[in-house]
Design a protein around this ligand. Structure first.
Ligand code: SAM
Ligand code: SF4
Length: 459
């Protein structure tokens, strides 16, 4: 049996701070898939064929931002209004034709996520057109429909247009409430403006308002983080995400770091180290939970049942997600699908398809340039572990006993290292385990590739 510290974590009296050296990646995963050439005929066939999925979602990507925030790697295209309106027009045409296809019509969608980039930067009338295009798809009763973005520029016209056209969940990046920290990170508003707007929007009787906070930003001390958590609980939002800053190469913070600089507020070269970030996570999680916020995953909490977080939870279960827009990712009939990011390629494919489909009255949505992958044979298997570890509890009822026995050396090592507790019915992550859960997921997949599980041998 091969067990390495990257799988098990290290033995330490302080597992929260020292079980692993650094968060390995934003998400864990392995793929047994290979690129696959889906020609136009197969594409056509896929859209004529009903789904076999029992849960499904739409993901719609809006790849524009007004500013490149210092911490972020999601910036793709500058938000020029003309460029956005051409894109939105083509996107809505694609959605309207896809919605009529036998594939889309064969089973209702549980949830829709409009992400980016900054979808809240599109105009009120574009939000309305997008909402209407989404309503062309069969949706379950009270389907969760999320619009992601930022508060700056999201005025009353946009808010009402979104509500009137079916959006019922809003996910806003706040990052930090602290005026100096957030503005140094490239954010526009000050704390008072944010608080006032969030308190106002949260008054809505049914829409769910969710905010993202990051810990580990330049200039964000533990004291500022404590004030961030306090403000998050007071701003009226129904859901809160706490993300540890991930230092991915290419963003402005990392580029400054390469030159020996911290991109913080003036006169501050402070940036929390890994141990302080662990303490920040513990502070936020404990504070929210003692104030009766319910933990839905290792990084997401809700005030009450209004916040459902259906998209995030189903996406981790490996359901079918039909992706739209340049840079959107998802799956179709079990094949991974990643739309190309290049806007002009995306636009050209759309225009060419439109001309042909008008001539030949095709009913298939545009096949935009995309990477298609063969089905991942271990997708369903992996999803059980990803979702379980992310939620903080891996229930054994959903896993074969021989597989649990196969994994037991790893589970025992995690228990020994203070990352989890084992019982007959489940593996439950400690606070330290929840902080390091992505490393644990990565470790579990590494364990399975070094110690392959053979069901027949185990039996
Ligand atoms: C796709 S971004 C969209 C956010 C939105 N455009 C905005 O301006 O707030 C979603 C979230 O990812 C998180 N995020 C972005 N870069 C991150 C990083 N380097 N580390 C951790 N979280 C990050 C932020 O909290 C952000 O709100
Ligand atoms: S945080 Fe939002 S606005 Fe800023 S670069 Fe990332 S996606 Fe764009």
């Amino acid at each position: 049996m091969i067990l390495t510290p990257t799988m098990t974590g290290l033995s330490s009296p302080e597992p929260l701070q020292h079980a692993f050296k650094v968060k390995s990646a934003p998400h864990a995963g392995r793929t047994g898939s290979r690129p696959f050439n889906a020609g136009p005929q197969l594409w056509e066939q896929w859209w004529q064929q009903p789904t076999s999925a029992d849960k499904r979602a739409l993901y719609i990507h809006i790849p524009f931002c007004r500013k490149r925030c210092s911490f972020c790697n999601f910036f793709e295209n500058g938000a020029k209004p003309e460029r956005i309106s051409d894109y939105m027009q083509s996107l809505c045409e694609q959605l309207n034709s896809a919605a009529m296809s036998p594939l889309a019509q064969s089973q209702p969608f549980d949830t829709v996520y409009v992400g980016g980039g900054t979808p809240t930067d599109i105009k009120a009338e574009e939000i309305a057109a997008l909402g209407k295009a989404i309503q062309q798809f069969p949706l379950i009763n009270n389907a969760e429909i999320t619009l992601e973005g930022r508060l700056n520029g999201f005025d009353d016209d946009k808010w009402h247009s979104a509500l009137d056209n079916g959006f019922n969940r809003f996910s806003f990046g706040v990052q930090s409430f602290d005026t100096a920290v957030r503005q140094a990170a490239g954010r526009f508003d000050d704390k008072d403006t944010l608080m006032a707007r969030l308190q106002q929007l949260s008054q809505h009787p049914s829409a769910s308002i969710v905010i993202d906070l990051i810990f580990g930003l330049p200039g964000q001390t533990m004291e500022i983080w404590q004030q961030d958590i306090q403000a998050a609980m007071e701003c009226g939002s129904h859901g809160i995400d706490l993300y540890q800053l991930i230092g991915l190469a290419g963003n402005r913070i990392e580029k400054a770091k390469d030159k020996g600089k911290v991109l913080g507020p003036q006169a501050s070269d402070y940036q929390a180290d890994s141990q302080t970030r662990a303490n920040m996570y513990a502070y936020g999680a404990n504070k929210l939970e003692t104030q009766q916020w319910q933990r839905l995953s290792s990084c997401h909490w809700r005030r009450d049942n209004r916040e459902r977080s259906i998209y995030n939870s189903l996406a981790k279960s490996g359901i079918e997600i039909l992706p739209f827009g340049a840079g959107g990712g998802g799956s179709i009939h079990g094949h991974g699908l990643m739309n190309a990011r290049n806007l002009s390629e995306w636009q050209q494919a759309h225009t060419a398809h439109k001309e042909i489909s008008e001539k030949e009255s095709l009913k298939t949505p545009t096949q935009v340039p995309a990477m298609v992958l063969t089905p991942n044979p271990s997708a369903a298997f992996d999803a059980v572990f990803k979702r379980g570890l992310d939620s903080g509890t891996l229930a054994f009822s959903a896993i074969e006993t021989s597989l649990i026995n196969h994994l037991l050396p790893l589970f025992k090592a995690w228990q020994h290292h203070g990352l989890a507790t084992l019982s007959e019915s489940n593996l439950s992550l400690t606070l330290a385990g929840r902080f390091w859960n992505v490393n644990m997921q990565t470790g579990l997949f590494e364990y399975l590739s070094s110690n392959p599980y053979n069901k027949t041998e185990a039996a």
